[in-house]
Design a binder for this molecule. Structure first.
Ligand SMILES: Cc1cc2nc3c(=O)[nH]c(=O)nc-3n(C[C@H](O)[C@H](O)[C@H](O)COP(=O)(O)OP(=O)(O)OC[C@H]3O[C@@H](n4cnc5c(N)ncnc54)[C@H](O)[C@@H]3O)c2cc1C
Length: 454
C-alpha cells in the first residue's frame, strides 16, 4: 500500500473497472477497492444486455468471445396484451458480467502502478479542509486510511461515499425513490424448450405486471434466458419478486420445464444524471452518479462512458495540478453534452410513460403514434422526431384519442427543453446553482402540465 495514491476507486463494477482500466494505462498510481473478488466482480444482478457500440464509445477494445454469452441483432417491444410488436434492429450482446469485469481488471492488475484490494469494504470518505482527500476502508479485516488526490465514487446505487459528503455540496444530491426502479430477475435454463429467435431480446410493456417499468426476456442461448421485471420505486407497488412469482410465471414462456440458475433483485436509478458528477477531490460515475438510461434502465454502457470521461478529466486535473471542482469540471461538460442531454430528455419521456395506462400504450403502439422506426432514434438522441408529413399521418391516426396526442406534443416540447438546457450545461461551477434552479423549473413545470392533462 502506498502512502498516497493519485486516485482511489471505490467499487469495481462496470464504472469503477473502466476507470481503472484507463487510469492504469495512463500511468497513474491507482488503488481500487471492492468487497467482491476477481471471480465475482460485477456480480450485481442485471439483464446483462449491452449495445455493441458502448465499449467502442468508451475507448475499450472489442470484447473477446469469452465474455459474451450471446449476440443480439434486434429488440422486440410488445404492447400490453402483446397485440402489437415493434422490432428495433441493433447490434448488441448478452455479456457474462463476471467474465467481462475479470477480463478488464486482469489486463492491468499486474502493473506496478495498480493496487487492487478485493474482499475489502469502503467505509467513508476522508474530508479535510473542505475537500475529499481519501477513504477509510476495511482492508484484510483492518480499518485503514488511504489517501489520494482524487477519489472515484463508483459503489453503485448504494453511493457509499456520496451519502456521507456534506449536504451543502451539490454532488451530495440524494435520489427521490420515484426516480428508481426495483428489479428482480431469474436466469433459467429450459429442459426441452428451444427459444424462438434467441438473437432477439424482448421487452414487454404492461403496467399490471410491471407498473412504472417493464418485464424482459433476454435469451442467453437457445435454451437459457434472463427473465425479469422492474417496478417504479416510491409508489407503494408490490415487490417485483412477488409479482414475478404470482403473475409472470403464468406467462406461456414460463409454463415450461426449466431450472433456475440464479435469482436475485436490486434497485437502480432511472433518472437524468446527477446535477453534477464532481466535487472537490471526488467524482461520481455509474449508478452512483445516476448515469443510466431513464427509460430502459440500461446503465452499463453509460457507466463505461462516464468512467472514460472521468479518466480524461482526471488527467487534465493532474496536468493543471488542480483537483478542485473546477479542475475536474470537464467530466460534467463532456458527460452532459454527449450523453446527459439525451438522458434528461428521456427522463421527461419516462415520466410520461410511467403514467400511461395500458390502454393508451396499446392504442399508441397500434396506431404507431411513435412510429416503430423512430423508437431507436428517440432512445439514441432523446428527441421525438416527427417530420411534417409524418405529423399529418400521426394526427389522423391519433384522432381517436386527441388527449393522448396532446400529451405526446407536450412531452415532445419538454424533451426538447430538457435536452437544450443540458446542452447549455454551465462552463464552470460558479453558474451551477442557477442552472439547477432552471432544471427544477423545467421538470416541475412539465410535471404540473402533464398532471393537468392526465
Ligand atoms: C435487475 C437489473 C437488471 C438490469 N439490466 C441491465 C441491462 O440489461 N443492461 C444494462 O446496461 N444495465 C442493466 N441494469 C443496470 C446495471 O446493472 C447498472 O447500471 C450497472 O451495473 C452500474 O454499474 P456500476 O459500476 O455503477 O455499479 P455496480 O454494478 O452496482 O457496481 C458497484 C460496485 O461497487 C462495489 N461496492 C459497493 N459498495 C461497496 C463498499 N462499501 N465497499 C467495497 N465495494 C463496494 C460492489 O461490489 C460493486 O462491484 C440492470 C440493473 C438491475 C438491478
Amino acid at each position: 500500500m502506498r502512502e498516497k495514491y493519485d486516485v482511489i476507486i471505490a467499487g469495481l463494477g462496470p464504472a469503477g473497472t473502466v476507470a481503472l482500466w484507463h487510469l492504469a494505462r495512463k500511468g497513474f498510481n491507482v488503488a481500487a477497492i471492492d468487497w467482491r473478488n476477481l471471480n465475482t466482480l460485477w456480480g450485481k444482478p442485471c439483464g446483462d444486455a449491452l449495445g455493441a457500440h458502448h465499449p467502442r464509445e468508451a475507448g475499450l477494445p472489442e470484447p473477446p468471445s469469452t465474455v459474451i454469452k450471446n449476440h443480439v441483432k434486434a429488440i422486440d417491444i410488445y404492447s400490453p396484451g402483446e397485440t402489437t410488436r415493434y422490432r428495433v434492429h441493433g447490434e448488441g450482446y448478452i455479456i457474462n458480467r463476471n467474465a467481462f469485469g475479470k477480463w478488464l481488471v486482469e489486463s492491468v492488475i499486474d502493473k506496478d502502478n495498480v493496487d487492487v484490494f478485493f474482499n475489502s469494504k469502503v467505509l467513508e470518505p476522508i474530508i479535510k479542509d473542505n475537500k475529499v482527500v481519501g477513504v477509510r476502508a476495511k482492508i484484510a479485516d483492518k480499518v485503514a486510511e488511504l489517501r489520494s488526490s482524487i477519489v472515484i465514487e463508483a459503489t453503485g446505487f448504494s453511493r457509499v461515499l456520496r451519502n456521507k459528503l456534506p449536504h451543502e455540496w451539490p454532488i451530495y444530491e440524494p435520489i427521490d425513490p420515484r426516480d428508481t426502479n426495483i428489479a428482480y430477475r431469474e436466469v433459467i435454463e429450459y429442459e426441452d424448450y428451444k427459444i424462438d429467435e434467441p438473437d432477439v431480446i424482448r421487452i414487454y410493456l404492461d403496467q399490471e405486471i410491471a407498473p412504472g417499468g417493464y418485464w424482459w426476456y433476454f435469451p442467453e442461448s437457445a435454451k437459457s434466458v434472463n427473465v425479469g421485471l422492474g417496478v417504479q420505486g416510491g409508489m407503494g407497488y408490490p415487490n417485483p419478486m412477488t409479482i414475478y412469482k404470482e403473475k409472470l410465471t403464468k406467462h406461456p414462456l414460463l409454463q415450461k420445464k426449466y431450472h433456475v440458475h440464479n435469482a436475485a433483485g436490486a434497485p437502480l436509478p432511472t433518472r437524468r444524471p446527477s446535477n453534477t458528477l464532481v466535487g472537490p477531490g471526488i467524482v461520481a460515475i455509474g449508478d452512483a452518479g445516476y448515469t443510466v438510461n431513464p427509460v430502459h434502465g440500461g446503465g452499463m454502457g453509460y457507466a463505461f462512458r462516464a468512467a472514460y470521461y472521468a479518466a480524461q478529466a482526471i488527467e487534465e486535473a493532474y496536468n493543471r495540478n488542480d483537483f478542485s471542482e473546477e479542475g475536474l469540471w470537464s467530466l460534467n461538460i463532456n458527460y452532459m453534452q454527449n450523453v446527459g442531454a439525451k438522458q434528461a430528455a428521456l427522463d421527461v419521456f419516462r415520466r410520461f410513460l410511467q403514467r400511461l395506462p395500458n390502454d393508451d400504450i396499446r392504442y399508441g403502439m397500434e396506431k404507431k403514434l411513435l412510429p416503430e422506426e423512430d423508437v431507436l432514434y428517440t432512445s439514441n438522441v432523446g428527441e421525438l422526431r416527427i417530420s411534417t408529413l409524418e405529423k399529418a399521418k400521426i394526427i389522423i391516426r391519433g384522432l381517436g384519442r386527441p388527449s393522448l396526442l396532446a400529451k405526446l406534443k407536450l412531452v415532445g416540447d419538454y424533451m426538447k427543453k430538457a435536452r437544450d438546457h443540458y446542452m447549455n450545461y454551465p462552463e464552470s461551477p460558479a453558474q451551477l446553482s442557477e442552472w439547477i434552479k432552471e432544471t427544477e423549473r423545467i421538470f416541475n413545470e412539465f410535471e404540473q402540465k402533464l398532471a393537468e392533462k392526465m
